[in-house]
Design a protein around this ligand. Structure first.
Ligand SMILES: Cc1cc2nc3c(=O)[nH]c(=O)nc-3n(C[C@H](O)[C@H](O)[C@H](O)COP(=O)(O)OP(=O)(O)OC[C@H]3O[C@@H](n4cnc5c(N)ncnc54)[C@H](O)[C@@H]3O)c2cc1C
Length: 408
């Protein structure tokens, strides 16, 4: 990416206008426009030329967005189920994939024609994902996969799954893993929904029974799976951590302020109201800190993959979101106790049970924020050890062959 052509902001804006002359979102469907955007290098401007970008700084993506929105009433954002593929799969494929796979799959990721999922966690391997047990055994030009994954978000919508599997049990856990792209429609791959407290099943269990994966769909080399997985995980933390407000006072905090303004402040004692006002104010300050921290992170972001500091915003986003939605429920008072009529189990992503600002839904959903993408405890470990340089926690299984590590 260092041999990037010199494209400044003005030149980038003129390239966006040139794209809009050829194909315009007001007159083209989603896939047609996004495909043209990709072919013009305006999908991810920080990606190399030929792969949807020009090797520019990631913050220049905002320039593309601004210029399209200035010239069109229609804006085609990333597909709702595309966060994992676009935020985590694309940079992993770019870094470790063979050229033909990048050419084939990157455009389809951007157009939403292919949704991707991440198959890392297992029933006995979440925080300690390097200890996972799903096995892949080589058979000629293919790998035969057996095992089970869990909490696999959007697996039911996915064409491709990023799989980390154990290819060598005779070496320590981090050294015996390999990373594959799995066709989710292939025989031997079974997806079963898991329902959450929100009523949705955004995630699933995935079972592999003699599923065959071509060797050509391995990302990185055999035994390099942990390194490849770290690239996915670092990008995941940045993708989750940058989900805060884009404009001052926007997003979740604006919902809380609306509820606060609509509240009957005489319904509780002045002291209780004052305490609640303090919590609303604190959430406002936290939302602003999150926004400013995201801006700072994107201003210093270089092209390439993020480092462990991406965990700062991931941790802060998770914990502040939980505080914000707990405050929202307390502002609602007794109304906060009831869930909307029509609560049902359904397999959608982001379905709206709570038209009045979704605060009851978000209160339940935000429980997951400090678990998904690595728990808050694990984020604190990463920040302590890899950013602050504190002593590491004991890792007794580090030098032992995976097959010899005692497990229940
Ligand atoms: C909404 C949602 C979506 C998800 N989507 C995906 C997905 O698409 N793909 C995927 O692969 N996974 C996904 N996950 C799984 C997620 O990554 C794991 O749940 C998470 O890493 C925790 O693993 P675990 O559930 O096995 O908990 P455990 O690892 O068993 O942890 C249990 C508790 O112990 C604590 N703990 C564990 N180890 C330590 C330690 N060393 N130090 C201090 N505390 C520790 C944890 O913080 C936690 O509180 C998703 C989870 C959620 C909630």
């Amino acid at each position: 990416m260092s041999d990037a052509p010199a494209i400044d902001e003005e030149e980038l804006r003129s390239r966006v206008r040139a794209l809009l002359e050829v194909v315009h979102p007001e007159r083209a469907d989603y896939v047609t426009f996004r495909r043209a955007q990709f072919d013009h290098g305006l999908a991810w401007v920080h990606f190399p030329e030929g792969h949807g970008g020009f090797g520019l700084s990631p913050k220049m993506n905002q320039v593309v967005r601004d210029e399209i929105q200035k010239n069109s009433t229609v804006y085609y954002d990333d597909p709702p189920a595309g966060l994992i593929g676009i935020g985590m799969g694309a940079p992993t494929l770019l870094t470790y994939g063979p050229e033909d796979l990048k050419k084939e799959l990157l455009p389809r990721l951007f157009t939403g024609e292919d949704i991707w999922c991440q198959m890392f966690s297992e029933p006995s391997a979440g925080s300690d994902v390097a200890g996972l047990a799903t096995r892949a055994v080589r058979d000629g030009d293919e790998w035969v996969v057996n095992g089970q994954k869990v909490w696999t978000t959007v697996a039911h919508l996915s064409k491709w799954g990023m799989l980390v599997a154990r290819t060598n049990p005779d070496v320590p856990k981090h050294d015996g893993l390999s990373y594959f792209l799995v066709d989710m429609e292939a025989p031997g791959v079974e997806v079963r929904p898991l329902y959450q407290i929100t009523g949705e099943a955004e995630f699933n269990e995935v079972f592999f029974t003699d599923a065959r994966v071509p060797h050509s769909r391995m990302l990185g080399k055999e035994g390099q799976g942990w390194r490849v997985a770290i690239t996915t995980l670092m990008n995941e933390r940045v993708a989750i951590g940058s989900g805060g407000p884009k404009k001052k006072g926007s997003g979740a905090i604006s919902q809380l302020l609306k509820l606060w303004k609509a509240r009957d402040h005489n319904s509780t004692s002045p002291a209780q109201t004052a305490v609640l006002r303090d919590r609303v104010t604190k959430s406002y300050i936290e939302a602003e800190l999150l926004r400013l921290n995201s801006l700072r992170a994107s201003a210093i972001a270089k092209s390439g993959n993020p480092g462990p500091e991406g965990s700062v915003n991931k941790l802060f986003q998770a914990e502040s979101a939980k505080r914000l939605w707990e405050t929202a429920i307390d502002v609602l008072g007794a109304d906060g106790l009831s869930f909307e009529a029509g609560y049902e189990l359904r397999q959608e992503v982001g379905s709206a049970y709570d038209p009045e600002g979704r605060s009851k839904y978000q209160f339940l959903r935000s429980r997951a924020n400090s678990i998904e993408g690595g728990t808050s405890e694990i984020m604190r470990n990463i920040l302590g050890e890899r950013v602050l340089g504190l002593p590491g926690e004991p890792r007794v299984d580090k030098e032992i062959a995976w097959k010899d590590v005692p497990r229940s």
